[in-house]
Design a protein around this ligand. Structure first.
Ligand SMILES: [Cu+2]
Length: 158
């Protein structure tokens, strides 16, 4: 039985060592029917220097890490291979900035849905941590292009 106790202790240590990256307030922008892409947003805080190197989700055929950049005076988004997560400094993924891009959506992401999202974070030592998130979908607050939506669903989710 001693051997099992040792294995258990090892597991607990492994879990503790992985608690280095935390994600706060994740959300996915809800889509309209036929929309093929959307973004996931959140704050990521790493206790030690790390990098977000991969994201996956069963709801999308392709998931990429994107940044916004000025190209010829036009704001465009583009894929980046990784996102630096400096120690102790929360990195914000938000509309108009960094985001996790979900493309080739397999269906509509409705307001109130829960979207599974997996993030893979690599530490400086090359060790990878996988974060399994359950991300709520909600409309982009105040960003609706059509009139009459102002203030709808804003800040009432918590
Ligand atoms: Cu994008």
């Amino acid at each position: 039985m001693k051997r099992y106790a040792l294995i258990l202790a090892g597991l607990v240590l492994a879990l503790a060592a992985q608690a280095q990256v935390s994600v706060k307030e994740p959300w996915v922008r809800a889509t309209v029917p036929q929309q093929k892409a959307t973004g996931a947003f959140m704050q990521i805080l790493a206790a030690q220097d790390a990098r977000l190197v991969e994201a996956r989700s069963p709801v999308a055929g392709i998931v990429e890490i994107h940044e916004m950049a000025m190209v010829n005076d036009v704001m465009k988004m583009r894929a980046i291979p990784e996102l630096a997560l400096p120690a102790g400094k929360a990195v914000e993924l938000k509309p108009g900035g960094y985001h996790v891009m979900l493309m080739e959506l397999k269906g509509q992401v409705k307001d109130g849905d829960t979207v599974p999202l997996t993030l893979v974070v690599e530490g400086k030592d090359g060790k990878r941590q996988t974060l399994e998130l359950k991300v709520p979908a909600r409309p982009l607050a105040g960003g609706a292009p059509a009139g009459g939506m102002q203030g709808h669903g804003h800040g009432m989710k918590h």
